[in-house]
Write a protein that binds this ligand. Structure first.
Ligand SMILES: [Zn+2]
Length: 104
């Protein structure tokens, strides 16, 4: 997966187009959850009698094809490249060649 938890991404399509946010979850079906993006309210029913129902705000996952990574170095949206560093595969920005840092 080219996007990792903690990456900053930009939404390139849809109603959130142009917004950036931090990836808070990566899902195996090719979607990611972006902090503060695609929020919807979900009503939770009370579990027990006498309890109140709750409304929680959840973030709908966004398809990976609808986002671009924002480079932690040059702050531009970029494609992800790869290189080996000290025997480890790291992701690099194709624009400035900086290693993509992410804070999980
Ligand atoms: Zn860069």
């Amino acid at each position: 997966m080219r996007i990792k938890k903690g990456d900053v991404v930009k939404i390139i399509t849809g109603k959130n187009r142009g917004k950036t946010g931090k990836v808070v979850g990566v899902h195996k079906e090719g979607t990611v959850s972006v902090e503060g993006m695609n929020l919807y309210k979900k009503h939770l029913r009370p579990k027990k009698e006498g309890e109140k129902g709750q409304i929680v705000e959840l973030s709908r996952p966004v398809k990976i094809s609808n986002i671009m990574l924002v480079c932690s170095g040059c702050k531009k949206q970029t494609r992800v490249g790869h290189k080996e560093e000290k025997g480890k595969k790291v992701r690099i920005c194709k624009k400035c060649k900086a290693i993509i840092r992410h804070v999980p």
